[in-house]
Design a protein around this ligand. Structure first.
Ligand SMILES: [Mg+2]
Length: 275
């Protein structure tokens, strides 16, 4: 039987729901118990959300108020993954077209942040993330850097996000598409479903991807990431995607198990199923 060493939980629709007005989280049924079960089994517990509006630090207190306690450093966003990858790739001077949720973790990792403007000089890479604060001069500066040979990185290229107010446009995906259209430079994705996030979990916890269980509500994001990396993929339908959405994935990219709620979470059953 496989013994899992780490659990990687998605947040929205998996562990909790956020009130968009107040920013407060409410834990979903069984979420706190599932985390406690994993911790009691000696596993590392990591939360990984695909949004980059907020810094990872932003999440600890509101999640703790909802009963979801995370160890320091165990809250991840694609910005943290980007910072980790940029450091690993030795890219020191990076043009960042994104808001504080991306800028801060990348700066903290020791990367020199170059603002996207005319005359910015040579950069090692261009990183695009969520922002509402951009203009044509920034896009032109980023295109210049790409024409000069810099690689293009993205935190997310999701077309839209679900919110209480309906669909919210995926700004970073739109910016990346625009830059690709202008320059022909293809992007590298750091957020889900890129396996870069689970490589970072490995570095953080010492668990190999095939020693991880990944729990999420989006078949095309965290569960696809899990299958690509060789982790166990556990789907939940509490985020609004029904079983048909999970079944629509091809067998090799589909969640191993889908639960109606984390109240039905059974760690040993997952371990036996994976063996
Ligand atoms: Mg989710």
């Amino acid at each position: 039987m496989m013994t899992f060493k780490a659990a990687v939980f998605d947040i929205d629709g998996t562990l909790a729901m956020m009130d968009k007005e107040t920013g407060a989280f409410t834990a979903l049924p069984g979420a706190i118990e599932a985390i406690n079960t994993c911790k009691a089994a000696g596993m590392a517990v990591v939360a990984y959300t695909n949004g980059t509006i907020f810094t990872p630090e932003h999440y600890y207190a509101p999640l703790a108020r909802a009963g979801i306690e995370l160890e320091p450093g165990h809250m991840m966003t694609p910005a943290v993954v980007a910072a980790h990858e940029l450091a690993r790739l030795g890219q020191k001077r990076v043009m960042v077209l994104a808001a504080e949720g991306v800028v801060e973790p990348v700066r903290e990792a020791g990367v020199e942040i170059v603002a996207p403007k005319k005359g910015a000089g040579a950069v090692d890479a261009v990183l695009v993330g969520w922002t509402r604060d951009f203009d044509v001069h920034m896009l032109e500066a980023a295109a210049d850097a790409l024409w000069n040979g810099a690689p293009l990185y993205a935190t997310s290229v999701a077309p839209y996000f679900a919110s209480a107010k309906g669909k919210m446009m995926g700004i970073s995906g739109a910016l990346v598409a625009g830059l690709q259209n202008a320059t022909g430079v293809e992007h590298t994705l750091f957020g889900k479903p890129s396996v870069a996030g689970l490589t970072m979990v490995s570095d953080l916890t010492g668990a190999r991807p095939d020693e991880m269980i990944v729990i999420g509500d989006d078949p095309k994001l965290e569960l696809l990431m899990a299958r690509r990396a060789g982790a166990f993929a556990l789907g939940v339908t509490t985020g609004g995607r029904d079983r048909a959405a999970f079944d629509a994935m091809s067998p090799e990219t589909r969640a191993h198990i889908v639960l109606d709620t984390l109240e039905d979470f059974d760690l040993s059953a997952c371990q036996e199923d994976f063996a």
